[in-house]
Design a protein. Structure first.
Length: 345
């Protein structure tokens, strides 16, 4: 979907049409934007930006609160449309999904025509626009979906895969964030062609297991299927404070009295069938730099969370804390079954 949350808000309030609009944030400017429209992006505003920073870049930005129930309802309508074409649907979020239409007989089985038809049906049903990427492998379909936004689509045929990859900027590949991109640039790798011509072992040495993944992606290899069930890997709770906090004891109290009890509550339904793999603490400092500390651990333990908090805040060299979060990792069900089989083997 194109700027999903904010597009829904503009649809329901036409007076916002043509204005720079964002969803999220808080009236005291302490919050973070969920998304923004293309008018706002022209000013440098982007998703996950602090509201205060966004308003400095674009003083005329209209910030509206989110309405998750509305977005979920629209997402369900879109899902119903998908199901007319295929049962192989892998949701990534409320507004994005992979669809495998290999066996769809509609529209002569043309993925290009199917994507166009889905987009038309979404607009007729919801009044919102969507963009699509069509490719023989998942990672390229994901990249292609962003190529002609908003309200467009991009087709990468099997014959186009290698030419497309070779001219592609590496930052477009999922997993290549700012840090990884800098590492790649420092060793002279800027495009898919550069990675294709490099050595898999060399990349693995520099980037760990992701180096091998990246090399294979740039060879046009992505054997992942569309997964109709996605397993949750973690549960977390976080809070942005109305005023930055420097006192570690105050942070500990807030964590023990507010965050950990809420984390336990949210985790209950998952721990009926899963077990804890790790505990973690996230800290965002007053300069918006954030850090995370994790430890492999099988149960909730306040002392462990406290120790992780102390280590995380030490990385700030005395900086005040703007946001604090706690989370647990969840063991994959298949991992747990394997462990049980080992015990009985």
């Amino acid at each position: 979907m194109d700027a999903f949350y904010v597009s829904a808000e503009i649809r329901d309030n036409p007076k916002l049409q043509g204005l720079p609009v964002a969803v999220g944030g808080k009236s005291d400017c302490r919050g973070v934007l969920s998304t923004c429209n293309y008018e706002a992006r022209k000013f440098g505003v982007r998703s996950a930006m602090a509201t205060a920073n966004a308003l400095r870049l674009c003083p005329q930005l209209v910030v509206v609160p989110g309405r998750m129930s509305v977005y979920k309802e629209i997402s369900e309508q879109i899902r119903e449309i998908f199901e007319r074409y295929t049962s192989l649907i892998e949701p990534l979020s409320l507004d994005e999904a992979f669809l495998d239409v290999s066996d769809c007989k509609l529209l002569h089985g043309s993925a290009t025509l199917i994507a166009q038809d889905i987009r038309n049906e979404i607009f007729k049903k919801t009044g919102l626009t969507a963009s699509a990427g069509i490719a023989p492998i998942k990672f390229l379909a994901k990249i292609a979906s962003d190529e002609n936004k908003p309200n467009g689509q991009c087709v990468i045929t099997p014959d186009d895969v290698i030419p497309f990859i070779e001219q592609m900027e590496l930052k477009k590949i999922s997993g290549v964030g700012k840090v990884t991109l800098k590492k790649l640039n420092n060793i002279g790798l800027f495009t898919g062609k550069d990675v294709r011509e490099s050595n898999e072992a060399f990349l693995t040495q520099r980037l760990g297991s992701y180096g091998s993944v990246l090399w294979k992606r740039c060879q046009g290899i992505d054997e992942r299927n569309v997964e109709t069930t996605r397993i949750r890997k973690s549960v977390g709770v976080e809070r942005t404070f109305s005023e930055d906090i420097s006192d570690i004891e105050q942070l500990k109290d807030l964590m023990k009295e507010k965050l950990i009890p809420e984390l336990i509550r949210r985790s209950e339904k998952h721990l009926n069938t899963r077990t804890i793999s790790k505990l973690g603490v996230k800290v965002k400092f007053d300069d918006f730099i954030q850090t995370t500390k994790e430890l492999k651990y099988a149960t909730f333990d306040e002392a462990v969370f406290e120790a992780l908090l102390e280590e995380a805040t030490e990385r700030g060299d005395g900086k005040a804390v703007r946001l604090l979060g706690v989370h647990i990792g969840l063991n994959d069900v298949s991992d747990e079954v394997a462990e049980q089989l080992e015990l009985f083997g």
